[in-house]
Ligand binder design. Structure first.
Ligand code: SF4
Length: 399
């Protein structure tokens, strides 16, 4: 069981005279029961990653929580919903995969033995231990951009260097600190041991926590050097950068980071409207967003801009949208850049208070969705060809 296995599928007749499909891919192991339509996906260490059982889609997080994902429609809109699933229920669903695997095992070729044994050993108590091991290495991974949900996260900082935006509670459980290089190298070693062959599922490296690029350049360069040396199979590195500290970096700094495989930086722009940025307590100038974005692009690094649809409710929507579109038009975007429209459902108390102070009602879910679609439509019209404009709901994020 060395190297990256090529994708292969075996069709095994099952008790119900339907086939069971066993697929070994380069990065995961799939078990599909034609009779029921159920599908289980495991990483190459045998850990369940996701399953589709009885027409419900389940995800397992690396700290061993389980969620059922579904879509609900109403008033002409479709919303994705997420519900927590107990370990007992999830264990029952995994046991069904284990029974199926035990049934087909005698008919599977010897080359699959190692993988099958790993999956059979990964019962719920073993998954719980794996989850505890993950939590021993990582603080909760609070948020990632949607195209990085399957990245390999490295926590080179902890927390947020600012932590006062009223809509954001992602890092309120931890103090900000930059890890020293030797601690980062030790962290990478722990991460590699934890993921093992499961690393194959990860295509990119994401430097976390929030705004990890706040690290001064003289410390950042050796950190990226170590990431390159210790994880040579990863050809692209991604991270968040904030405008208010990122503005200290030059185009040359970004070009040097690009040489060390930095591919894209994500900027929480939130809005092009200064009044709304004040309400959100986001301490950045719209003019600085343009300067920073130009420097990042001049350094050859791609951009991911994130805007908050629904921020400031219906009262702000028109000016928020118009000023954000104007800002986007001022940034030299090109293909491989992204503009994310994040739906803000405003769960934080501080955000509610900020709206209340201005007599602005919190928009409904339907109103927020409608504002997000209008945002996407308007932004799509002004970005160059090749720049995707996805809408997302951060509550769908799992790691
Ligand atoms: S939005 Fe970004 S800068 Fe603001 S508190 Fe959250 S992580 Fe920090």
């Amino acid at each position: 069981m060395t190297g990256r296995p090529k994708a292969k599928t075996w069709r095994i007749p099952s008790e119900s005279h339907r086939e069971v499909l066993v697929t070994l891919k380069s990065n995961c192991f799939n078990l599909f029961d034609f009779g029921s339509g159920n599908l289980w996906t495991f990483d190459l260490e045998g850990r369940l990653m996701g399953m589709y059982v009885d027409q419900v889609n389940y995800r397992r997080t690396l700290d061993n929580r389980f969620f059922a994902k579904s879509r609900k429609s109403g008033n002409g809109q479709t919303f994705r919903t997420v519900e927590h699933v107990s370990l007992k229920s999830a264990g029952g669903l995994i046991d069904r995969a284990r029974s199926l695997l035990l049934f087909v095992q005698p008919r599977l070729p010897g080359e699959l033995n190692g993988y099958v044994q790993k999956i059979l050993r990964m019962d719920m108590p073993s998954l719980e231990k794996s989850g505890e091991a993950f939590s021993g290495i990582y603080l909760p991974v609070s948020v990632l951009p949607p195209d990085q949900y399957m990245s390999l996260v490295l926590q080179i900082t902890e927390g947020c260097n600012y932590d006062q935006c009223v809509f954001c509670t992602f890092y309120s459980d931890r103090r900000f600190r930059i890890k020293p290089l030797d601690e980062i190298e030790e962290h990478i070693g722990q991460v590699k041991r934890f993921f093992g062959a499961g690393l194959m599922l990860r295509k990119t490296v994401f430097l976390a926590d929030a705004n990890a690029l706040v690290i001064p350049q003289s410390r950042l360069l050796p950190i990226l050097g170590s990431v390159n040396d210790l994880l040579p199979q990863f050809k692209s590195i991604y991270s968040f950068i904030d405008v208010f500290t990122g503005i200290k970096k030059s185009a040359r700094d970004f070009s040097d980071l690009k040489e060390l495989r930095l591919k894209r930086l994500y900027l929480g722009v939130e809005s092009g409207n200064s009044e709304l940025l004040d309400l959100l307590k986001k301490p950045q100038l719209v003019s600085d967003v343009i300067v920073l974005a130009e420097r990042i692009k001049a350094g050859g690094v791609n951009l991911g801009l994130i805007f908050l649809a629904g921020a400031g409710g219906l009262a702000f929507h028109s000016k928020h949208l118009a000023d954000s579109v104007r800002l986007i038009e001022s940034i030299p975007l090109s293909s491989h850049d992204l503009v994310y429209i994040s739906e803000l459902y405003g769960n934080s108390r501080e955000y509610h208070l900020a709206l209340e102070e201005r007599g602005v009602p919190l928009p409904s879910r339907q109103e927020t969705r409608r504002m997000a679609i209008e945002f996407k439509t308007a932004v799509t019209k002004v970005v160059p060809k090749g720049v995707a404009v996805p809408v997302y709901d951060i509550r769908q994020f799992f790691y």
